[in-house]
Write a new protein. Sequence first.
Length: 75
Amino acid sequence: MRSQEINIDYWPDYCSRVFGEDLPANHADKTNKVYGGLNITGKNIFFANSQEDPWQWAGMRELTNPNTTQSSMTA
């Protein structure tokens, strides 16, 4: 069970309180650009997302290139 108060508008203020600084509005876009978003590349990465995990939608649920750049990954 999760509070209805913990929604997308909750997290920017939370991060500011935890890390002591405001995150830019396009922080997620910049992070995805640096790390490849859903086209992440790397070796021997295992993405463990369970069905009941509320963060599963923020993780890698399916590999986009399982036969090429993500051949050593499991999601």
